[in-house]
Ligand binder design. Structure first.
Ligand SMILES: Nc1ncnc2c1ncn2[C@@H]1O[C@H](COP(=O)(O)OP(=O)(O)OP(=O)(O)O)[C@@H](O)[C@H]1O
Ligand SMILES: O=C([O-])CC(=O)C(=O)O
Ligand SMILES: [Mn+2]
Length: 537
């Protein structure tokens, strides 16, 4: 195929190149190209296995947003949203365009960011690698043939792993760069093969743009119960959004990025991106099944070169082994990629302190407090440099993807909870019985988490007895059918309960210290529901 087969030629975008253009190839040809080009191998069951090279996670410190009239006063500048000067961007773009000129082959994929026509972006992704084109086809929303024939790109991503950035000339930090320009509607990615940069790049665009359209963009998974009500699961990387939203008894809307409009919760994506480390058929049967399907991409998973058998326990390359598959590879998915506004809102946290109970019922004010706090542990791998669970606060459970001030997203949540009366829960999928770093301390069993979630979502949890947590003030069930009661008592699960009390106090202090930045942005009722305060009152 040549450039002519694009409905909107590259030249119309000011891109000239002598490369052969492979435009909007489907899954089978892209897998063939990836194999022929030596980008990956087939597993014994026909999934495509790739090695992402040096970068096996997102490179947060190398990400920049161009600071100009569109972003100057709208982006929450700081350590996460780092600025790039317009002049540096101009150099970077010129060098990317120059690098495109003499490529041998390029892949172009025209896709949607967002599943609903009124809220989606037309995104063109230009890549050096065939598997990157397959990745974005898998994760983003695939246009119909008709939509493709009329497709005009609005946003463009150029991903060149061979590009080496120059900090002085490009205003970046290293030879790796991820630069977002909202005015020019372009994302440039250089010197990293980790595909999550493209996925989370589009998420960042939607997070910036959708609040103005009255949509709350969310780093959450979503599914629908047999009773037709939706649940959403907020959580930072590794807390269980993908794992827990794939549930045979519920219809999956999506595993990572959603919008909440006046009428619906809808998926931004057309695929899922699951953590593969220690994946088992017992714990996660639906996700496990996708690893045996043609069309799935597996990143950095270990494989026996002879038998082509996978070893999900092998973390020698990275803890952040991943699988990308189209959402329809999960048996029970929403046809329209949406559900009603949620009746239950779950805040997932992987508590590395081992202090939080496995589930707690929250008031709307407590939910706001915990949403803005975004407490969790960063698990090893998804971000470069994180090698063991590390306590962190990531506002809105996704600070790295939120260009605007957290209060923008917080206020959208507040309005929605007030209007719809959703019940909020805090679920700890992290460690219990001690700190994550202590020997022998394990994560909450997935089975127990699922049982507690199911009880919360089917309403039966509301019929059990609750106690008030002395440190956090939220309500914790004392006994739930099918769940070991010892697990429900976080303090009781520690061998040394005074050490629990000291650790809990440390965690409360960390919450209070972190929340100081939000004090002027929230109502008194939210401040009154802060840990420590709720108890003293
Ligand atoms: N109690 C638990 N609940 C959920 N997941 C658990 C639990 N215990 C261990 N895990 C493991 O934690 C990981 C959760 O990863 P998952 O892919 O669901 O995270 P995520 O929130 O979707 O992250 P990301 O935003 O990076 O995609 C899985 O590897 C899962 O097996
Ligand atoms: O983007 C990634 O690398 C994986 C992911 O979903 C996250 O970090 O939340
Ligand atoms: Mn996920």
């Amino acid at each position: 195929m040549t450039a002519a087969s694009l409905s909107f030629p590259l030249e119309n975008q000011g891109i000239t190149t002598s490369a052969t253009i492979f435009a909007n190839l489907g899954t089978a040809p892209l897998v063939e190209h990836a194999l022929q080009r030596g980008e990956g191998q087939l597993t014994k069951d026909g999934a495509l296995l790739v090695d992402t090279g040096k970068f096996t996670g997102r490179s947060v410190k190398d990400k920049f947003i161009v600071r100009d009239a569109a972003t100057e006063s709208t982006v929450n500048w700081g350590k996460i949203n780092q600025s790039m000067a317009v002049e540096h961007w101009a150099n970077l773009k010129a060098d990317f365009l120059e690098a495109l000129k003499d490529q041998d082959e390029l892949y172009v994929a025209d896709l949607f960011g967002g599943s609903q026509p009124e809220y989606r972006l037309n995104v063109r992704v230009i890549t050096q690698k065939a598997w990157h084109s397959l990745f974005v086809r898998t994760l983003f929303v695939r246009p119909t043939a008709e939509e493709l024939a009329a497709f005009a790109p609005e946003y463009t991503i150029i991903n060149l792993p061979s590009f080496k950035a120059n900090p002085e000339r490009h205003g970046c930090r290293s030879d790796t760069v991820i630069a977002v320009n909202f005015t020019e509607k372009m994302i440039l990615i250089g010197n990293t093969e980790y595909s999550g940069e493209m996925k989370k790049g589009v998420f960042g665009l939607l997070n910036f743009l959708l609040p103005a359209q009255g949509v709350m963009p969310m780093h959450c998974s979503a599914n629908i119960g047999a009773d037709g009500t939706s649940a959403i699961f907020f959580g930072l990387s590794g807390t269980g959004k993908t794992t827990l939203s794939a549930d045979a008894s519920r219809t999956l809307i999506g595993d990572d990025e959603h919008g909440w409009s006046d009428t619906a919760v809808f998926n931004f994506e057309g695929g899922c991106y699951a953590k593969m480390i220690n994946l088992s058929a017992e714990g996660e049967p639906e996700i496990y099944a996708t690893t045996k399907m043609f069309g799935t991409i597996l990143e950095n998973v270990a494989m026996d070169p002879e038998t082509r058998e996978l070893d999900f326990t092998d973390a020698s390359k990275t803890e952040n082994t991943r699988g990308a598959y189209p959402i329809e590879f999960i048996p029970n998915t929403s046809e329209k990629n949406l559900g009603p506004p949620p009746s239950n809102i779950i805040l997932l946290t992987a508590d590395a302190f081992g202090v939080l109970p496995p589930i707690a019922r929250l008031t709307p004010e407590q939910a706001m407090y915990h949403f803005l706090s975004g407490y969790t542990a960063k698990v090893a791998g998804t971000e470069i440099g994180v090698t063991e669970p590390e306590a962190t606060f990531s506002t809105c459970f996704g600070a790295a993807f939120m260009p605007r001030h957290p209060s923008v997203y917080g206020n959208l949540l507040k309005e929605r909870i007030a209007k719809g009366g959703a019940q909020c829960w805090l679920v700890n999928t992290g460690w219990s019985g001690g700190k994550a770093t202590q020997p022998g301390i394990k994560r909450m069993p997935i089975k127990a988490t699922r049982a507690l979630l199911n009880a919360a979502l089917d309403g039966s949890l509301n019929d059990v007895e609750f106690r008030k947590d002395p440190n956090f003030g939220f309500e914790v069930p004392t006994a739930v059918p099918g769940v070991d009661s010892k697990l429900l008592d976080a303090r009781g699960s520690w061998a040394d309960q005074e050490e629990y009390d000291r650790t809990a106090l440390d965690l409360v202090k960390a919450f209070v210290e972190n929340f100081a930045q939000f004090e002027e942005h929230v109502d008194a009722a939210v401040l009154e529901s802060a840990p420590g305060v709720a108890v003293a009152a």
